[in-house]
Design a protein around this ligand. Structure first.
Ligand code: CTP
Length: 442
């Protein structure tokens, strides 16, 4: 029996893919198709795939041509697969001519004719473009525009800042086609907005945008009151628009994989989570930002709420305040069968790592854990310890932008990486803190 193997991403499955699989199948009796995982694609710089790995596998399966489907997760796997599956022929499209000759040591290598005039790249380019407006032109907005250039089907076209000098400079620096001199002017020129203004303006801008039927990506902290969050989500639902919170860690490959690994029981039952985040700020800057909880808590709450859920029994806060601003806060969540805590600081420096402890082992994510490309799973028997590495390209904002754009274009239900319930829970914690519930001053 002649066994043939071929690999691909198979994004937006098209006739070229079908022809290739058919030709590959005709080379032998048994066809194995390798489909790249989302992480592997990100690692090799392919970050604009529209279909996730399950959808891409399904598309290959639906052809009925594959006798076996395997997932391709790492560089060098092709040799391992060829040996493992006793492969006789490695087949791939002629766009790779010569590239895989190194596999000739292990099996026959065949370059098959590529179908002209079609590719996933072309199909992605044919999808609509999201015209994005930016409200607020500070440092995060600057990073956002640069990062958005790495995502297809999105163009930042306009920005607004009540300070028109800053706004003009921003538009000029990034070559935006329009400088909005009013909010209405901004909304007239875009179909979606990224809100990167000071936190206490988020509610007003989100509401205005949604009322006008714009999709919204809002920086953290989204809002600090449950009633406001409720109202905004309801509005988004009524208008059938995407309302997404730009908590970048939630969309990053390392964090997403860590979450799936932990859910699969890699360290047993999780009993404790502890995490920190801090940036020492000038007194005045701190006042403008609103303190440690406002600045950092969304990030530190993320692993807690993702892993333990939204139903905590209670939460206690311990704060060191100065002039009404918390320079440092420690929060302790009590869940039915677990406990979690975090430390945040704008006037106290803490270690910025994340430790998740379970009945079989623990996970250590070094500082700054919220932009990690690496973590370790550690056990009693150190020989079993495992290190995981991931891409974290640029500022890491491109992952949230990618998810926002694909939600706007093709997934009206929105991303599952950070749900409405999880955001509502974060807002609830912020509100409890604002109301000084269970707050102990240090
Ligand atoms: N392929 C082909 N004809 C095309 C497009 C792809 O024969 N018009 C082949 C590739 O050579 C490869 C397989 O299909 O063997 C999977 O390719 P993949 O990279 O997933 O598809 P592309 O359309 O080339 O994707 P992209 O545009 O993102 O590079």
């Amino acid at each position: 029996m002649t066994r043939v193997i071929t690999y691909g991403t198979y994004d937006l499955f098209h006739q070229g893919h079908y022809n290739l699989l058919k030709r590959a199948k005709e080379l032998g009796d048994y066809l194995i198709v390798g489909v790249t995982t989302d992480n592997f694609d990100l690692e090799r710089g392919k970050m604009n795939t529209c279909n996730n790995v399950m959808e891409r596998i399904e598309a290959v399966r639906a052809t009925g041509l594959a006798d076996q489907i395997v997932i391709e997760e790492y560089k060098g796997q092709k040799i391992d697969d060829i040996l493992k599956y006793n492969v006789n022929i490695f087949a791939i499209g002629s766009d790779w001519e010569g590239y895989f000759d190194y596999l000739k040591e292990f099996c026959e290598v065949v370059y098959l004719p590529r179908t002209q005039g079609i590719s996933s790249t072309l199909l992605r380019e044919e999808r609509p473009t999201v015209n994005l407006g930016i409200i607020g032109t500070g440092s995060i907005a600057r990073r956002f525009v640069s990062e958005s250039e790495n995502v297809t089907n999105v163009k930042v076209v306009v920005s607004y800042n009540p300070n028109q000098d800053e706004n003009k400079k921003f538009c000029q620096d990034f070559g935006l086609i329009k400088v909005a001199d009013s909010l209405d002017d901004l909304f007239d020129s875009c179909d979606s907005v990224y809100i990167a203004s000071p936190f206490n303006t988020h509610y007003g801008y989100c509401k205005h945008a949604l009322l006008l039927g714009k999709h919204v990506l809002c920086e953290t902290p989204f809002v600090l009151r449950k009633q406001e969050a409720d109202e905004l989500y309801q509005l988004a639902e009524e208008k059938q628009k995407i309302l997404m919170v730009a908590l970048k860690t939630a969309y990053c490959p390392a964090f997403c994989h860590l979450f799936s690994l932990l859910k699969s029981g890699i360290i047993g039952e999780i009993v404790e989570i502890n995490t920190s985040s801090s940036t020492i700020q000038e007194e005045n800057a701190s006042k403008q930002h609103g303190g440690s909880m406002v600045e950092h808590a969304c990030f530190t709450m993320l692993p807690v709420i993702k892993l333990f859920g939204v139903n905590y029994r209670n939460i206690n806060f311990y704060s060191k305040t100065y002039n009404g601003i918390d320079l440092f806060t420690k929060a302790v969540f009590r869940y039915d069968h677990a406990v979690a805590s975090f430390q945040v600081g704008t006037g106290v420096k803490t270690e910025g790592n994340l430790v998740i402890s379970g009945t079989k082992g623990y996970v250590y994510v070094p500082a700054p854990w919220w932009r990690t490309d690496y973590f370790e799973v550690r056990y009693e028997d150190q020989n079993k310890n495992k290190k995981f590495f991931y891409p974290f390209v640029g500022e890491g904002l491109r992952y949230e932008i990618k998810d926002f754009v694909s939600s706007v274009i093709s997934n009206p239900k929105g991303t599952s990486k950070l749900t409405k319930n999880e955001i509502m829970c974060m807002v609830n914690v912020q509100e409890q803190y604002l109301k000084k519930e269970n707050l102990f001053e240090l």
